[in-house]
Design a protein around this ligand. Structure first.
Ligand SMILES: Cc1ncc(COP(=O)(O)O)c(C=O)c1O
Length: 387
């Protein structure tokens, strides 16, 4: 059977063969434990981790000591949010986020509340954005942390992160951003963007799964976190456990490649994405584009179709591998919390598809996708008009 066209790059990406090549030696030949300091096997692994840390820091424009290796953005988010809350408790601790965050932030906020933090979840506007004014109004004397994603995984919307980060810096409130979807797709310079904590995931940027990083600012200010797990001294005791050397090497390589390719690739993807959006909106009246029309990821388009039920997608869109929400929530069968947060009714939230474009997406793929979507909508709106 022919494989469907892959259009789910916001869920995950295939590994770049160059990343795989860079990782290979660290599975079999250079298998040492990076913490073994008494023999060459350990030294080689340790050198590889050090090189990867420097490589990633250079791409992000931060200091290597500000990188903590984790298992992915989920763990980085947990470390940033719970680590901050535990650092401040039992003092009064108020933390703020938004209602379109990934579950890897929203559920962490629920856990923080159980631990004793006061929590505010801000509602986004109809384009999926939070304004600096909203954040300002929500602040309390004991607000310790604001966590807002850099780019949304379902609708691609970008928050005005730089403005919000500046505003919080002047008030000594920590700012965390989940950048799992943003890294490698939009420019990021940690010397000039005053965020304190930033989460990264390997598998969203053509790197391996099960590896990520947390950027933790060490200067102006020097952030202190409480560790979530214990049992060793790796990563300054913040993240004990034997380091995943191939994964670390792969993440750094993937990040560098993504940044090198970004100027050209994002231009190409914006063109393809906009062609798709234009065609679908033109040919399918009653279709809504979710998210901000301009301030959005280069590779994402999310549509809701008025009058269609969700089950028509499965049949009508065979041949396209896309998602009806985020990969993490589509299994639950619930309508997406992101689409309902935009003010769309549940029925519309269910009649939603997310298209994620990526490095292997061609103009022909997008033409096929547009044709299939348009045919599916036109056929099913005719049926709804008859009955
Ligand atoms: C915005 C966002 N945050 C966090 C995650 C989780 O990342 P990971 O799979 O690396 O834990 C994802 C992936 O779905 C995501 O899109």
């Amino acid at each position: 059977m022919e494989k469907p066209i892959y259009l789910d790059y916001n869920a995950t990406t295939p590994m770049d063969p160059l990343v795989f090549e860079a990782m290979k030696p660290y599975f079999v030949e250079e298998f040492g434990n990076a913490s073994s300091s008494s023999h060459p096997y350990g030294w080689a692994a340790n050198r590889a981790v050090k090189r990867a840390r420097e490589q990633l820091a250079k791409v992000l424009n931060c200091h290597p000591s500000e990188i903590i290796w984790t298992s992915g953005a989920t763990e980085s988010n947990n470390m940033a949010i719970i680590g901050t809350v535990r650092q401040f408790l039992p003092q009064r601790t108020h933390i703020i986020t938004a209602n379109t965050e990934h579950k890897a932030v929203l559920e962490v906020f629920e856990m923080a509340e159980e631990l004793g933090a006061e929590v505010t979840v801000l509602p986004v506007n109809e384009k999926g954005q939070i304004t600096p004014h909203q954040v300002e109004k929500a602040l309390r004397p004991h607000t310790r942390l604001v966590s807002l994603m850099m780019a949304n995984n379902e609708i691609g919307t970008l928050h005005p992160i730089a403005e919000i980060a500046e505003q919080l810096k002047s008030k000594d409130i920590l700012f965390h951003t989940d950048a799992a979807q943003a890294v490698g797709k939009i420019p990021l310079d940690l010397k000039h963007l005053p965020v304190d904590l930033l989460s990264i995931s390997g598998h969203k940027i053509y790197g391996p799964k099960g590896i990520g990083a947390l950027f933790l600012r060490k200067k102006n200010p020097c952030i202190q976190l409480k560790n979530l797990i214990c049992g060793g001294e790796q990563e300054a005791g913040l993240r004990p456990g034997t380091l995943n050397v191939p994964g670390i090497v792969g993440l750094a390589e993937a990040c560098q490649i993504a940044h090198e390719k970004m100027p050209e690739e994002s231009k190409r993807l914006v063109q393809l994405r906009d062609q798709l959006i234009e065609k679908v909106l033109e040919e399918c009246p009653g279709t809504l584009l979710n998210g901000h029309p301009k301030e959005r990821l280069p590779n994402n388009a999310s549509f809701s179709f008025e009058g269609l039920s969700a089950d028509v997608f499965t049949l009508g869109l065979s041949g396209l591998a896309l998602s009806s929400g985020s990969a993490c929530t589509s299994a639950s069968g619930k309508p997406s919390h992101v689409i309902t947060a935009l003010g769309r009714p549940e029925s519309l939230a269910r009649a939603t598809i997310r298209i994620g474009l990526g490095r292997m997406t061609t103009a022909e793929n997008i033409q096929t996708a547009a044709d299939k979507i348009i045919a599916m909508v036109q056929k099913n709106s005719k049926i709804s008009a008859i009955y």
